[in-house]
Design a protein around this ligand. Sequence first.
Ligand SMILES: NC(=O)c1ccc[n+]([C@@H]2O[C@H](COP(=O)([O-])OP(=O)(O)OC[C@H]3O[C@@H](n4cnc5c(N)ncnc54)[C@H](O)[C@@H]3O)[C@@H](O)[C@H]2O)c1
Length: 357
Amino acid sequence: MKEKIKVAVIGCGNIANSAHIPAYMASDIAEIKYFCDIIPERADAAVEKYGCGKAVYDYHEILDDADLDAVSVCTHNDMHSVISIDFMRHGKDVLCEKPAARILSEALEMEKVSYETGRILSIGVCNRYANSVNHIRKLIADGELGDVYHVYASFRAHRSIPGLGGDFTTKACSGGGALIDWGVHYIDLILYCLGDPKVLTASGEAFCKLGKDMKNYVYESMWAEDTKNTETGTYDVDDSVVGLVRTDGAVVSFNGAWAQNIGERETYIDFMGDKGGVRLDYCGNFRFWTTKNGMLTETIPAYKTNDMHRSEVLDFVECVAKGERNRNDIKYAVGTSKILQAIYDSSEAHAEIKIEN
Ligand SMILES: NC(=O)c1ccc[n+]([C@@H]2O[C@H](COP(=O)([O-])OP(=O)(O)OC[C@H]3O[C@@H](n4cnc5c(N)ncnc54)[C@H](O)[C@@H]3O)[C@@H](O)[C@H]2O)c1
C-alpha cells in the first residue's frame, strides 16, 4: 500500500472546487501536485486558494510525470474519454466525473483501456456513496421489500435548463440533455440498489421543446448562466425524457426534465416491492412502508448522513493506494451508458431497443 498519493485536478471549475479539491485536501494521504485548467486564471486561483500544487494550462505537460499517481477529470463531458484515456495510458489512475462519456462507444473504449492498462477508472456517480442509498440497497438485498418489481424515478424541474446555447445544450459537447446530465445519476443509483441486474431492453422518447426557441425561453434563474449563448449557441438536446427499462429483475421507468410546465420541482425514486416500498427523496432521506400484524406501517429511519462526494473521493484515494477497483468502476458506468444510449436510439427509432450484454 502506497503511503502518499500525488494527484492532479484537471478542470478547476464548479465540481472540482465544490467536491474533488476539498476532499483531497481532507485526505491524510493525498497531495495535490497540479491544478490544471485551459483557463489559466482558474488554475492559478486554485493554487492561491488552496495553498498547494502548481498551476498548469495543458494537461499533456504532466502526463509523463512519474511522481504523479492519479487524476480527477472534472472537465465537460466531451473531454472525459480523451483525458481519462491519455492518463491511463501514461500509468495514472483516474476518477472521471459523470457521465463517463457522451456516447456508448466512448465509454466502451474507456473501459477497454482501463482493463488493458490495469489502471483504476472510477466514474463520479457519487450516489453510490450516500448512506441513504446504501441503507436502501441493504434493505432490498435483505428481502425487506420482497420482490422489487418496479422502480420509478421522477427527476423533473419547472425551469432548470443550464447555460442555454452553451456546452450543456450542445449535443456535440454534452452528448445529451436532462437524461445524460441528471438521468445518469438516477439510473446508476437504481441499478446499484437493485444489485446491478442484467438489463434487457430500453424504450423512451426524448423531447427538445421548452428551450428550443432560446430567445423566448422564460426563466427566473439559470445555473451555468455564465456559459449562456443565445445569440450564436446551439440547443439540440433533450429538455425532457420519458423511459422504460426492462431488467432480468425489476422494471425501471422514469420521467425526467430540466424544464416541464409542471410548476414545481419533483425529484424522488420509488422502489416498489410486494412486501414493502421505499421512497427516496433524491439527495435526501427515505421512508419505508410495509405491513406488520395486520397493520400498515411507515418507518422514517434515522441514520448518520454523509457527504457522498467526499466519501467517493476519499475511497478513490484509498483504492489507488491499495491498487483496487471500487464500486464506481467503469464497468458499472458502461452498464448505465448502454441504457442512456438505448433511450436516445429508441427515441430516434420510436421503437424498443434490445441491449447487448
Ligand atoms: N457528480 C456530480 O454531481 C456533478 C455535479 C456537477 C458537475 N458534474 C460534472 O462535472 C463536469 C464538469 O462540470 P462543472 O459544472 O464543474 O463545469 P465547469 O465549467 O464549472 O468546469 C469545467 C472546467 O474544465 C475546464 N476545462 C475544459 N477543458 C479542459 C481541458 N482540456 N483541460 C483542462 N481543463 C479544461 C474548463 O475551463 C472549466 O474550468 C461535467 O462533466 C459535469 O457533468 C458532476
